[in-house]
Design a protein around this ligand. Structure first.
Ligand code: FUC
Length: 815
């Protein structure tokens, strides 16, 4: 068959990479919402395209002379099981509290610094698994170059013509087979390349038995299912960490007798091709191939936060061996099928009134154009991209998405690429349930289950309290003690906020199994605050102390204080949800009653002299040194909570708006996304839209559509998606709001499969800025209260569990 442009483009996903690359659809606006594409290879990491199966990730550069896949495995962190709790805290905390009550904030900070912080002061960090490089012989400047990421099938594709030969590379991260697959095809001149590994750590090319001998291994064509095969296996150990005063839980040590053990890791690269493969000394040389398939597996010795006994070499060998006997077309079909189970659960189309040619622009150019012109389709693409990133970095059974999901280029990433739980990890999960990806929250539940154990130790050792506590960060080892310094770390509400996120997850699904699982976690988090809340000496009610309003300095040279608004709001939610959970489960009625009573004694939200919602118990906002601070912690009550809302507390909403205007629209990526969610929640469509436009522009979005804090942090992607959804539909306070913040620029559109609180699913269509049709699905007989504009109405799902309504001249009519 002669390979013309036409027959390349016209085929659907099939066996060959070359025949399947272009997405062709009758509805270009829709297809543009499902694909990122570029006319140039990636030169820097933020241009490369991410693939991932929740556990294993790669950034694909799509270079012509040297392809680079930068790899990650989600458990490849520094450190080993450790206990960072500081027993000196128990004695020091009452004095820190006393100093805060006396207004001696600097002294309180010094004492906390000396006696209350974790040992070590920093937590561990996430790191790269290294690079796979393919050096191609005899390349020339390519023609017809395109690289793309198809969100519908989770495949990265690079295609070009060089010296008259057409080349295609397709990469995907398979969850069913736990390998990354890179397929290379050439029509014309055969493929000739050198495959090698480059890593930042001391790694050993090793024999299959993993004898620890530094040898390069080439397996002689052992199992030959296609033509020939060979591979590289390497193993290593993460660098030991120096943690004076820190208690280590395990002793096994490959780094040397005097240094704490790190994790062992392994990587296997297995090639299958129809040409020849030989060992070159630095890697594997492929010649004379038309097709080659590279299978990549990575693993570490991590089993869980206290067990590092897994055998990573055995794991990577088993995974690649299993994948190698499966034809490439089958690997691809199974991958696409498994991925689509998640991705197809929801969809979105956003359109303006005029014809927008923006979807024809390569994605990097489209992002640059976004800060100027309206591009509703780009917002839809951003939403779907966030869903793609969630599925690729947080599949059930895996670790939760960290600050960079699973994608991280180095070994010393910003903020350790950890779990920052004073906003960032929570924000990661804001869109998951509404976007039909509730299953992807499962890793977060397991994280909190672990924290409830390590955090119980912290609560007991440091506070002498029952229950459990986590401060503003955690890591692979589930450390829960306060880190970095009192200014950032001495904040006891990280675990409580995570519990509220889990409650939200339950509230969407109303799954009794989830409630069973999360109730003990919520109960333990509540118990900690029952034991540690104190009376404000000014008589305003119960407060946390010591604490801080995340990372924001108050006017007295510190962040340490008693009872910041965010803590009071988070704990009110925690107590209310825990009491409701106990009632739903028919348990612990006395405990639930105590929670309700205690919640009513927590100091309330107040409006300050500038008309703002007070960030602190005292009216310090006007004198705070950073009026445009990135965190908007005291607005937690507006979003993600709904304690303050347009229906029930209009005066507090007005105060929240004053605060938000004072903070300004310019912030980090996640700060911008939070502002977007807040304006949408408060019903200001145009303000939300203008904030969204700045998020989508090149200041806050890299060419590969990763969020720019800067640097890259994935929370902005997820928070942005939550904000887009919040503009279109909201469910809080027992009501569903349809198109509550629809900007003029999104005159027409459609969403399908959006989930709402109360186990409901929504499909909705609008045009000329008016709702045209919606359909609710759920359990038959469910009654839902809806609001569209000023009108409210009640919908009862019929025997098929459905309620449909169409727009008529006089409003919406059910049918
Ligand atoms: C918090 C934020 C920073 C950053 C870090 C990971 O400390 O204040 O902006 O996002 O987390």
């Amino acid at each position: 068959m002669k390979f013309t442009r036409r027959n390349f483009l016209a085929t659907s996903v099939g066996a060959s990479c070359l025949a399947t690359t272009r997405y062709v659809s009758a509805a270009p606006e829709r297809s543009a919402g499902q694909r990122l594409f570029y006319r140039r290879p990636a030169t820097r990491w933020e241009e490369a395209l991410p693939i991932g199966n929740g556990r294993l990730g790669a950034m694909v550069f799509g270079r012509v002379a040297q392809e680079r896949l930068q790899l990650n495995e989600e458990t490849l962190w520094s450190g080993a099981p450790y206990i960072p709790d500081n027993p000196d805290a128990l004695q020091a905390l009452p004095e820190v509290r006393r100093l805060i009550d006396a207004g001696k904030y600097a002294e309180a900070t010094s004492l906390a610094s000396a006696k209350v912080m974790a040992k070590p002061l920093q937590q561990m960090s996430y790191g790269t698994l290294g690079d796979v490089l393919l050096d191609f012989k005899g390349t020339s400047t390519p023609q017809e170059y395109e690289r793309s990421l198809d969100l519908e099938t989770a495949r990265s594709v690079v295609e070009y013509v060089s010296k008259g030969s057409r080349h295609c590379r397709e990469a995907f991260a398979s969850a069913p087979h736990q390998v990354i697959v890179l397929r290379l095809e050439s029509r014309g001149a055969p493929l000739e390349f050198l495959l090698r590994y480059r890593g930042p750590r001391k790694a050993k090319y090793t024999s299959p038995a993993y004898q620890g001998v530094a040898t390069t291994l080439v397996e002689s064509a052992a199992v030959d299912w296609l033509f020939t095969e060979t591979d590289i296996v390497l193993g290593g150990v993460t660098s030991a960490f120096d943690a004076p005063g820190c208690v280590l839980l395990t002793g096994s040590n490959e780094a040397g007798p005097d240094t704490p053990a790190g994790l062992r890791f392994a990587l296997r690269l297995k090639l299958v091709c129809d040409g020849s493969i030989s060992e070159s000394g630095t890697g594997l040389q492929v010649r004379g191939a038309q097709n080659a398939t590279l299978l990549i597996a990575g693993a570490t010795s991590y089993v869980n936060y206290r067990d590092v006994s897994a055998d990573p070499v055995a794991i990577v060998r088993a995974r690649t061996d299993a994948a190698a006997v499966i034809p490439y077309a089958t690997l691809k079909r199974k991958h696409v099928g498994e991925y689509r189970r998640y991705f197809d659960s929801a969809s979105i189309v956003l359109q303006g009134s005029g014809k927008s040619p923006a979807h024809e622009l390569p994605t990097d150019e489209r992002i640059v154009a976004a800060s100027g012109a309206d591009d509703p389709g780009l917002a839809a693409l951003y939403f779907q991209y966030a869903r793609y990133l969630m599925i690729s970095s947080s599949r059930p059974g895996c670790q939760p998405a960290n600050l960079q999901g699973i994608w991280n280029e180095g070994t010393n990433p910003p903020w350790g690429s950890k779990y920052t739980i004073n906003i960032n990890t929570e924000m990661n999960y804001w869109p998951a349930d509404a976007a039909g990806l509730g299953e992807c929250v499962e890793p977060l539940i397991r994280l909190v289950e672990d924290l409830s154990v390590t955090g119980a130790r912290t609560a007991k050792t440091m506070y002498g309290a029952r229950g459990w506590v986590a401060h503003h960060n955690t890591d692979l080892w589930r450390a829960t003690a306060p880190i970095d310094g009192p200014f950032w770390g001495l904040w006891p509400c990280g675990g409580a906020w995570l519990c509220n996120s889990l409650w939200d997850h339950y509230d969407y699904s109303r799954d009794a199994g989830v409630l069973e699982r999360i109730y003990p976690l919520m109960q333990g988090a509540s118990q900690f605050f029952l034991d540690t809340l104190v009376e404000d000496p000014g008589g305003r009610g119960l407060v946390t102390s010591p604490s801080l309003s995340p990372e924001n300095a108050h006017p007295f040279g510190s962040s340490l204080c008693a009872g910041p608004a965010m803590d009071r709001q988070i704990i009110r939610d925690l107590f209310a949800h825990t009491a409701e959970a106990a009632r739903n489960l028919g348990r612990d009625s006395e405990f639930a009653e105590t929670l309700v009573k205690t919640a009513s004694r927590i100091a309330g939200d107040t409006i300050g002299k500038q008309g703002q919602l007070q960030e602190w118990l005292d009216d310090w906002d006007g004198a705070a040194p950073e009026p445009h601070h990135r965190h908007v912690s005291h607005l937690y009550a507006v979003y993600p909570s709904a304690q303050i809302n347009v229906r029930d507390t209009p005066a507090l909403v007005e105060a929240a708006k004053v605060s938000l205007r004072q903070r300004g629209d310019l912030a980090t990526g996640w700060g911008t996304a939070w502002r977007l969610c807040l304006w949408a929640r408060m019903g200001d469509a145009e303000h939300a839209h203008s904030v969204l436009k700045s998020l989508l522009g090149p200041q806050r979005t890299y060419p590969n559509m990763f969020d720019a804090h800067p640097p890259f942090q994935i929370d902005g992607n997820f928070g942005g998606a939550a904000g887009i959804m919040e503009m279109l539909v909201q469910s809080w306070g027992g009501e569903i709001r349809l198109l509550p913040a629809l900007p003029a620029a999104w005159s027409a559109g459609e969403v399908r499969g959006i989930r709402l609180r109360g186990a409901l699913r929504l499909d909705m269509r609008w045009s000329k800025n008016e709702l045209r049709h919606f359909e609710l699905n759920g359990t038959p007989g469910t009654s839902a209260r809806l609001r569209y504009g000023a009108r409210t109405f009640q919908a009862v799902l019929n025997a098929q569990g459905r309620h449909r309504a169409d727009a008529q001249a006089d409003g919406l009519t059910s049918r």
